[in-house]
Design a protein around this ligand. Sequence first.
Ligand code: G6P
Length: 748
Amino acid sequence: MILFLVVGISLVTFFIARNQVRSEKRGLRADLQRRAEILAESLQEIIEPALQKSSPARLRPIVEHYANKQQLAGVVIYDDRGRVLAESSTLVTRLTPPPVPLDEIKAGSPGVSRFLTLGGKPMNAYYVPLHRDGDIAGVLAIFHDASYIEAQSDAIWRDTIWHVVAQVLLIVLITVAIIRWTIILPISRTAQWMKDVRVGRAGPRPSLPAEDFLAPFSQEVVNLAKSLNEARASAEEEARLRETGESMWTAERLRVSIQSRPFGSLFVVSNREPYMNVHRGKSIESLVPASGLVTALEPILRACDGTWIAFGSGDADKITVDEHDRLRVPPDHPEYTLRRVWLNKEEEHGYYYGFSNEGLWPLCHIAHTRPIFRATDWQSYQEANRKFADAVLEEMKGIEHALLLVQDYHFALLPKMIKEARPDIRVAIFWHIPWPNPEAFRICPWQREVLDGLLGADLVGFHIQAHCNNFLETVDAALESRIEWERFAVKRNNHTTLVRPFPISVDFRESQSEPGDSVSPYELRAALLKNLGIKASFLGVGVDRIDYTKGIVERLRGVERFLEKYPVYRKQFTFVQIGAPSRTNIPRYDDLGRAVEAVANRINARFQTADWKPIVMLTRHHDHNEIQPYYRAADLCMVTSLHDGMNLVAKEFIASREDEGGALILSQFTGAARELRDAIIVNPYDAEQLADSIELALEMSPDDRRERMKRMRRIVKEHNVYRWAGNLIAELAEIRVNEPEPALKSDL
Ligand code: G6P
């Protein structure tokens, strides 16, 4: 490469120099010619009269005189036949004058210039005619020494060569330095790091060159190292579990468990898709939307090469699918199929924003926001469910005994639609949000249709037993059916639906940090606060979608009360609220966003000082990697939902605390509060209690804090997302379909 560079630069410089020498030479020659012409003309005027009167012998002193005076190489006078009449001694002594261009002179040329070599020297000869009585009587030639022109050209060549040498050296040195610092060093550091990863003692990942052409390489290195670490962690975990005889669920165990069950295929339907394609400048990126659903369901689909049917919401989704609206995912390592369903703006509005999120969402969450039920939204909801059902049926064509996992409140009608067309399919629906009591649910004008749709499923799952109970009571109150309380089932129209709790969770790993990521929570906290421009000793964190069910305003009021009640913590404690804007097309959400900002601003205005404030709002979507440092650095995490099916933030926080530090303040109205008994359980409506819980979290003895975190980590570890998926599938796979139970007389 360096050789090419040297040859290339040399050739270019050579051609430039050659042109420069040529044009310089041309200029010098033209200049010399002009001088010769002027001189010859003035001599011509002197010599012509002398030629008329004098003998050639008299001409000699004249030429001698001018040759000396003008420092010429020679002056020669010829007769009309080209014979020398007189010549200066300068020339005579050394040279034989060259032949005269008589023909050109006689043809009427006023002057002829010749560059020639005389006696080995470059010369310019300039010839002009000499007239007598109007005829050409002779020729006057003046000779200039032209060797200085060559000398000048040589000098240019010499300079150019030095230039080339210096330039080539400089460019080569700079190029070598750039390549070394921006490519060779980072790559060799990366190679060393990969070697360390391979042998299991990796330090922090070295930064790779930012150049565009290296981006794919850089990405692959990271992916490869990540896969390797995951594989190693999983193998170590498996080995450890075998050793200790624990019955832990892992991604690998889930895979084995699914593969050992003889069912045709597995299908999942959800509103959110696991991968969305979006335009970023000229390229198309694949994003994983922030959703616990993907973490929970992806291992299942990967294990059995299933099909995930979801709404294609990315602006580049349509151009990344094949003619059947399918694509293989994950993009880096395709293992299952994503089938996208398209909804136009109107459909999305009625089905998603309207019936799902302005109707069912507030209906199921007791957060004192009134549900809004519009007939048009209900219409869209039915149509959208039909559209998804058609897509599911299309994907299932020709496949027998498949399992279908329907996700959430967006698809209450889908189980029945599928079952009517394909009774051989085992259908489960998992309701990710709470189920309220019958009194609350009966607000819905279409409660019967919703329940009827859900009961098409063979299995209905909730996070906790209380939601199962509420559901059965609602069915009991609204529909004619038989509730079998002893086995938690509903029998209706000769079809049985089991109702079971499956508490969802997170992917718990012993080590969540990147290899070599050994920064302590203390250092991390200092770095985060410094970044936010705040001086404080204690950090609290909250992570939520900005949703009225999350109790964000109540939480901030709790922080305010804490600072009123425990003033010693002013200028000491800062609460960072990471808030992802959500469903902002709905006015209630938009208003809430503003209300949260206003409360935060009011509290800050009340307490803040030059370099400290009590509340920092980080209002935008943050990905998992951005949130992790806050979880790991915080003294406490606050989850104050007014009502929540489970709440995975609580579990994510616990999973992040490898150091067994940090305290969790958890609303009693979350599903998670049933499992995480060692959290500081609070009523989010009680600001006094929230204030005291913050004080307790900060004042708790380190041993107490560690013990609580240890116990909560054990629970989250055992009840991880793989157990959730494994149990759900096991329960569904055991259900017998196509074999109706003999109807009892009392059956309806
Ligand atoms: C709740 C629902 C999920 C949903 C999530 C995000 O947790 O149960 O199904 O994915 O909120 O809401 P979004 O409307 O943005 O999908």
